[in-house]
Design a protein around this ligand. Structure first.
Ligand SMILES: [Zn+2]
Ligand SMILES: [Zn+2]
Length: 162
């Protein structure tokens, strides 16, 4: 079983762009006030153990999927929280002001992408295969993550989103 999981992860990691999942999903926050629709090809799938994600999820890491910003529509009242990152970019997270459900985020340095928390999509995320753990420098031992998953101390080198 372990080997099968590892092989699956590695094949997702090496997945050429054309084989990345095409997603057509609609999701609502916990109270139903905000609707998120996504229609397009996933650019990247990752677990993130940065301290912001730990605060936002209350867990050891978040599970994220990256899309082109134009492929994601968020309707309904939202609030956001923005703060500067170590790299100097501004990171913004959106959430529902009523129920607090995290809705997504973005970076001022890459305003062409939108990052969605995969749990938001519920059963509509069966295609999800995370291919890396980023911000491993703040990852905690108690947060169990598949050992075969490639890990990066911060972002994956300088290659941009993969
Ligand atoms: Zn809500
Ligand atoms: Zn993070």
């Amino acid at each position: 079983m372990q080997l099968a999981v590892a092989a699956d992860l590695v094949s997702a990691w090496l997945m050429p762009d054309k084989d990345k999942p095409l997603v057509d999903a609609e999701a609502r926050c916990a109270c139903g006030g905000v609707v998120v629709t996504v229609k397009g090809r996933v650019l990247s799938m990752m677990l993130c153990a940065c301290e912001d994600c730990q605060k936002a999820t209350g867990a050891g890491h978040s599970a994220l999927a990256v899309f082109r910003a134009g492929d994601v529509t968020i309707t309904g009242e939202t609030r956001s929280f923005a703060r500067p990152s170590n790299s100097g970019a501004t990171l913004t997270r959106w959430f529902c002001p009523t129920c607090g459900t995290p809705l997504g985020g973005g970076s001022s340095r890459m305003d062409t992408i939108t990052i969605l928390p995969v749990g938001l999509l519920g059963g509509g995320a069966g295609w999800y295969r995370p291919n890396q753990l980023i911000f491993a420098r703040s990852h905690h031992d108690w947060d169990l993550v598949e050992a075969a998953l490639p890990r990066w101390q911060t972002y994956r080198d300088e290659e941009g989103i993969r």
